[in-house]
Design a protein around this ligand. Structure first.
Ligand SMILES: NC(=O)C1=CN([C@@H]2O[C@H](COP(=O)(O)OP(=O)(O)OC[C@H]3O[C@@H](n4cnc5c(N)ncnc54)[C@H](O)[C@@H]3O)[C@@H](O)[C@H]2O)C=CC1
Ligand SMILES: CC(=O)C(C)=O
Length: 257
């Protein structure tokens, strides 16, 4: 199949961690993949690691026009646009009484507005192309349960569930499905940052907070980015065609809803 005939997926925050694993898995599934990251070199290096039928694009998901530009670039490069994965996100660890307006705005700008701009820009493109499409966004266990010290972050992930449900209801008539994946404890750079911040705030030893969270997982191990990518492969592919508005927990048995 030539690059022009492949289905096209765009993944945000794809320079590393879960986003990179998703981009690699979608490439293995036969998609041409656009890897978007705020850091240009990271995006380009990640694309080079995937190889042919991929492109690295610098864009900041907090800026609607940059998300639109990234989608336009992917469509121009590959001649189509079928799936967006709104994966980019940042963590925020702070006691609830100490969260500042600036910190609240920063984490909501990436984790909530970034998802909203992705939903809007992708839907406009799907409608203009006259076919449906799939929108898949990063939620979390933190979108199903409020964790201590993670109040601002959890509020963003609850918001992603709300956006997913509302968008699913509004966009179904256009053949667009909207779902989200909710990982548990994935050993990425994000968790290194969370663990270090807990250590700073509580005096916990390095690795202690991560281990405490992992101790509550029924399957007894932390998650790999590839564990998450397998679910996203399903949500981005035809087997999930009759599913919309769902935020699916994939956490090894940690949070039960
Ligand atoms: N690591 C974990 O245990 C969990 C992660 N998640 C969610 O999964 C998603 C990915 O997480 P990780 O891979 O662990 O994070 P990570 O921090 O390892 O990677 C995030 C990537 O997003 C990029 N990024 C950050 N801000 C951006 C922006 N404004 N525009 C474009 N790109 C931006 C970063 O440069 C980085 O490459 C996030 O939405 C996170 O909230 C959800 C549950 C658990
Ligand atoms: C990173 C994350 O989503 C947590 C701690 O639930």
């Amino acid at each position: 199949m030539s690059d022009q005939q492949k289905r096209v997926a765009l993944v945000t925050g794809a320079g590393r961690g879960i986003g990179f694993a998703i981009a690699r898995r979608l490439s293995e599934d036969g998609f041409a993949v656009a890897l978007v990251d705020i850091d240009e070199k990271t995006a380009r290096d990640a694309s080079a690691a995937i190889g042919s039928a991929s492109i690295g694009i610098q864009a900041d998901v907090t800026k609607r026009d940059e998300v639109v530009r990234a989608i336009d670039t992917a469509e121009k490069e590959f001649g189509g646009f079928d799936v967006i994965v709104n994966n980019a996100g940042i963590a925020q660890v702070q006691p609830i009484l100490d969260i500042t307006e600036e910190e609240m705005d920063r984490v909501h700008a990436v984790n909530v507005k970034g998802v909203l701009w992705g939903i809007q820009a992708a839907s406009e493109k799907f409608k203009a192309r006259g076919h449906g499409g799939k929108i898949v966004s990063a939620c979390s266990i933190a979108g199903h349960e409020g964790f201590a010290m993670l109040g601002a972050y959890c509020s963003t992930k609850f918001a992603v569930r709300a956006l997913t449900q509302s968008a699913a209801r509004e966009l179904a008539k256009d053949g667009i499905t909207v779902n989200a994946y909710c990982p548990g404890v994935v050993g990425t750079d994000m968790w290194k940052e969370i663990d270090a911040r807990f250590a700073e705030l509580t005096g916990a030893k390095s690795g202690e907070t991560f281990d405490k969270f992992v101790d509550t997982i029924a399957l007894g191990r932390s998650q790999t980015p590839e564990d998450v990518a397998r679910l996203v492969s399903y949500l981005a592919g035809p087997d999930s065609d009759y599913m919309t508005g769902q935020s699916i927990l994939i956490d090894g048995g940690m949070v039960y809803r």
